[in-house]
Design a protein around this ligand. Sequence first.
Ligand SMILES: [Cu+2]
Length: 165
Amino acid sequence: MHRMLTAVMASIALASASAFAHGDKRAADGRKDAKAISVEEKDFGREGDPKKATRTVRIDMSDKMRFAPARLTVKRGETVKFVVRNSGKTMHEMVIGTMPELKEHAELMKKHPSMEHDEPYMAHVAPGKTETIVWQFTNAGDFNFGCLVPGHFEAGMVGKITVKP
Ligand SMILES: [Cu+2]
């Protein structure tokens, strides 16, 4: 996969982080939407087609280190458009995943705080800004989302998504 090449080169500098080589999906002009929808399948689903989003969920992130709402329930197969707003004064991010993945990733972020990564299941949101994630939940189960800015996850910036069969 050619788009992995830059990530592979970057991971030479971050050899210990190679398991987390994040592909840069942005086009040369920086537009995230210039790329096709990823077909990569995760336990917690896959990138959704914005045209097929059946539901919009607004998530607020604050300097109280909380997501609001922090819990939601979706149906298996549902494509959700998350509109993620940062109402705080520091950087926050929403990263969807399984709890073990998020914990591992949070540890990695502490070691490499400036690590750049961009995947369809994450939104890095500057203060006062709003970003979107479109995600299709293809498996039933309990999943999570967290802010992996160093210290935030540990401070309780974590949420739960229940996917019903
Ligand atoms: Cu945060």
